[in-house]
Design a protein. Structure first.
Length: 399
């Protein structure tokens, strides 16, 4: 039987980054992926990377966003991987007076705590993003925000892990897990079984199923995100684009109940808010998305939701009204029930760790989530900012 010191399950951005950083610290690490690297959420997302700076007192969010931003930069600029990284900055549209008041307070609050963002008039925004709608009330400008190709970035991390010595096995599904009396995990797969001293769950929206194999309830649920794209155009959109509508809604009413996560656009079939994110890719497609809906493991895009999202996008970029939708797609985001990540040790079993719950912003936060977990495994100590991501708060034994 193949043996490894640390076995990671899941070849998305969280697993790939964990493998890379463990291999860099000379650990014997193996990663198993059921399909292809970046075959799920990490390969189909919008490629937006969120960041507003470290702030005066960096918390987990600052570490995840700013640490990841540095890693994306390093992949593109130092390690020679073309991941289409661009520090494009981002513009968040303000449509109403209520949104304006909320946006102004948010900008003032974050700036007072050392973050980098500003409120722009629409005229100022049009001077850096000429296609935005002149009828809007203003924009929040976040200059550190960036973008990259999600497939290329995730695969670049997995390749870097492999070059550093990690074993990466694709088309290899974990089907059963048991723990021997000496603590070793015996992991049955669609290929050969593997024995591992330590196990890391990085299976995104499927962490709950893996937990069940271990007799654990891991409260991570799949949330469908969906996107659409236009035909390829010459460069027209420079920044990543979003809207303040959902930010105000979720600030007022996060919307979580005991068995549903916060920050969704729907409760059942009922729409609670519109949400928006998008950008123009290097090959010229303008891509947008927004809806976050609990529909189990259904990855079929909902055309009614796409139509609402397209109208929302066209309110910000009127050129989109004339452009047909060329294709649409969906993926599953790993949401925890309290909306916070799970990064750390699962106390109910020995040598069991998780890096997941990265929700709707796991592409932009995944690289640093993997590094924080890898550093924990390497040193034996969690970074203090991981306290709020401690899995002990919510993982339980199945009765
Ligand atoms: C439409 C959409 C748009 C998004 N846009 C953005 C964005 O712009 N910016 C941003 O930051 N985030 C975005 N996200 C969120 C982001 O994509 C996710 O948070 C992130 O990719 C999660 O990464 P992960 O590695 O945890 O999970 P995943 O990428 O889902 O990887 C988990 C992997 O585990 C594998 N796996 C599962 N079970 C097993 C098993 N039994 N055996 C072996 N392998 C297994 C799966 O095949 C999968 O490849 C978006 C998501 C979607 C769906």
């Amino acid at each position: 039987m193949t043996e490894t010191e640390i076995l990671i399950i899941g070849g998305g951005i969280a697993g790939a980054s964990t493998a890379y950083h463990l291999a860099q610290s000379a650990h014997d690490v193996t990663l198993l992926e059921r399909g292809a690297i970046a075959g799920e959420a990490s390969g189909v997302n919008a490629g937006s990377i969120g960041a507003t700076g470290w702030g005066d007192m960096p918390d987990l969010e600052a570490y995840l966003t700013m640490g990841s931003l540095e890693m994306f930069k390093s992949l593109q600029l130092d390690l020679g991987s073309d991941i289409e990284f661009r520090q494009s900055g981002s513009l968040q549209a303000i449509h109403t007076k209520a949104q304006y008041a909320f946006a102004r307070d948010r900008v003032l609050h974050l700036r007072a705590h050392g973050h980098r963002l500003e409120l722009l008039t629409t005229r100022e925004a049009r001077s850096i993003e000429p296609e935005v709608n002149p009828a809007l009330l203003g924009f929040i400008y976040m200059p550190l925000r960036a973008q990259a190709d999600p497939q290329k970035a995730t695969r670049a991390l997995a390749s870097a892990a492999q070059r550093s010595g990690a074993g990466i096995y694709t088309q290899c599904e974990v089907t059963a897990i048991r723990q021997r009396s000496d603590g070793t995990y015996i992991v049955e797969t669609s290929q050969e079984p593997i024995a591992a001293g330590t196990l890391v769950l990085a299976a995104g929206a499927w962490c709950g199923s893996l937990g069940a194999l271990l007799g654990l309830r891991i409260p991570i649920v799949p949330v469908r995100g969906q996107m659409w794209a236009t035909e390829s155009l010459p460069p027209r959109v420079c920044h990543t684009i979003s809207s303040t509508e959902s930010a105000l809604q979720w600030h007022t009413a996060p919307g979580n109940e005991h068995d549903t996560p916060p920050y969704l656009t729907h409760r059942g079939d009922e729409r609670l808010t519109r949400h928006l994110y998008g950008r123009q890719t290097r090959d010229g497609d303008i891509i947008f998305g927004g809806d976050r809906q609990l529909v189990g493991y259904n990855k079929v895009p909902d055309s009614a939701g796409i139509a609402v999202n397209r109208d929302h996008a066209a309110e910000v970029l009127p050129l989109l009204r004339e452009l047909p939708i060329k294709r649409s797609w969906a993926g599953l985001m790993p949401f925890s029930l309290d909306g916070k990540p799970l990064i750390g040790r699962i106390p109910q079993r020995s040598n069991l760790y998780i890096v997941s719950g990265l929700a709707s912003s796991g592409f932009g936060r995944g690289p640093m989530a993997g590094k924080l977990l890898a550093d924990y495994l390497h040193t034996g100590y969690p970074h203090p900012v991981l306290a709020e991501a401690d899995p002990a708060r919510c993982v339980t034994l199945v009765e």
